[in-house]
Design a protein around this ligand. Structure first.
Ligand SMILES: Nc1ncnc2c1ncn2[C@@H]1O[C@H](COP(=O)(O)OP(=O)(O)O)[C@@H](O)[C@H]1O
Ligand SMILES: [Mg+2]
Length: 388
């Protein structure tokens, strides 16, 4: 089957599209990435997504409109990718679309008198199926939450298929808005794989850069600003006291914790420590690898021998993050995922192509050891293409 995966993460920077050829079934499933591309969101759309994801209130009608508009935008991205890959959409069997997360509460909290967990990804799959003529799987997370899981992370299933190794223990690290790891011990069975969000990856850096540049810059390309800042150990130590780091996995986080309110805290912290803007950007940048390493030390190394750390996501292009990881983990090989054949910017989109393929074949693809669900779940909802 040719399958397209569409991914837009918490950074809301745009849509990553991956084209994969997938055949067979686990443990003999075969998946090959044939191409990948990405499409930026129009400015006004990105602004609206961030507004909603920061839990600012909008009328229900506006949310409904945004859901359908995003469906159109995802469909356009899928069709543009087909042109780029020179494949007719009629040759593509399936799309897996993660959608845009606008709310994620993985652990139950009190809601109107009883506990509730929930998650909401928008970008209407029915619109994607209608525009592209390709059956589309979307809404992957709710089925896991319905079984008591956190609905995240879901990429570990793909990590397991792509990275498991008979002799090498591997950790897959994705640096999107949030940083998450999947631990795949050597020769692991699926039940031995575990995964969780370690904390922020690019979200705080992006927020600081947008703040100090008054919206002119969206991110710190190649850590240019952070590299001009001075390292401030006291400030970084204070960041490392973030209570999220100590929470035991399974755990997941997002803009609800590391959004605008956290940015305010960071700016206050910066003032108290007399940090210049670039010093603060540097501290937020270094916070990412240090919190990943903290998570490895606390929750991973006591349980599994790790040989390689495989890094993907936009943050894999940040040289300061990579250098810090390599310097602090001398006994572990830190390598970009492209070295294992999966381009950094295609990993998650590729994963959702795989998850869609599994769903289409009625197979579960959550890993209960990663999400905390009571058992396996067949993820997602299928929007069928109109009859040809
Ligand atoms: N060359 C680069 N240098 C530094 N950071 C980068 C670079 N390219 C991408 N990024 C970071 O990666 C982020 C996007 O990563 P991505 O994996 O798409 O995250 P998400 O899944 O949250 O959308 C950007 O917002 C930016 O912070
Ligand atoms: Mg992205």
């Amino acid at each position: 089957m040719l399958v397209l995966g569409l991914m837009s993460g918490t950074s809301a920077d745009g849509i990553d599209v991956a084209l994969a050829r997938i055949s067979g079934a686990p443990p003999k499933l075969k998946a090959k990435l044939l191409g990948h591309t990405s499409v930026k969101f129009p400015r006004a759309i990105r602004k609206e997504i961030l507004y909603v994801a920061e839990q600012q209130s909008i009328p229900a009608g506006e949310l409904s409109q945004l859901n359908f508009r995003l469906g159109e935008i995802f469909a356009t991205a899928a069709l543009a990718a087909c042109r780029k890959f020179r494949v007719s959409p009629s040759h593509i069997s399936l799309i897996g679309s993660h959608g845009q997360t606008i709310f994620h509460q993985g652990k139950p909290v009190n809601f109107l008198g009883s506990p509730a967990a929930s998650t909401l990804q928008i970008g209407e799959p029915a619109v994607i199926a209608a525009r592209t003529g390709i059956t589309t799987v979307g809404d992957f997370r709710p089925a896991d939450i319905a079984l008591g899981g956190q609905g995240a992370p879901l990429v570990p299933y793909a990590d397991y298929l792509l990275y498991r190794h008979p002799k090498l223990g591997r950790v897959s690290l994705n640096l999107g808005g949030i940083a998450n790891i999947t631990v795949i011990p050597a020769a692991a069975k699926p039940s031995q794989v575990f995964a969780f969000d370690t904390g922020p990856a690019n979200m705080l850096i992006d927020a600081l850069v947008a703040h100090f540049s008054k919206g002119l810059l969206r991110f710190d390309k190649n850590a240019e600003l952070a590299s001009q800042g001075r390292s401030n150990a006291a400030l970084i130590n204070e960041l490392m006291r973030d209570p999220y780091l100590k929470l035991r996995p399974p755990k997941s986080t997002g803009r609800e914790h590391y959004g605008q309110a956290y940015l305010k805290k960071l700016l206050n912290l910066g003032r108290r420590h007399r940090a210049k803007p670039n010093d603060l950007i540097r501290a937020a940048t270094v916070f990412t690898p240090l919190s990943v390493i903290d998570a490895l030390n606390r929750f991973v190394f006591p349980k599994a021998k790790i040989h390689q750390l495989v890094v993907s996501g936009g943050g894999a292009h940040n040289p300061l993050i990579l250098a810090q990881l390599a310097a602090t983990l001398p006994n572990i090989e830190v390598l970009p995922s492209s070295r294992l054949g999966v381009p950094e910017d295609a990993k998650e989109a590729f994963a959702f192509a795989l998850l869609a393929y599994e769903t289409f074949h009625n197979r579960p693809s959550n890993l209960p050891s990663a999400t905390g669900a009571r058992g396996p779940a067949i993820l997602g909802k299928i929007s069928y293409a109109p009859p040809r």
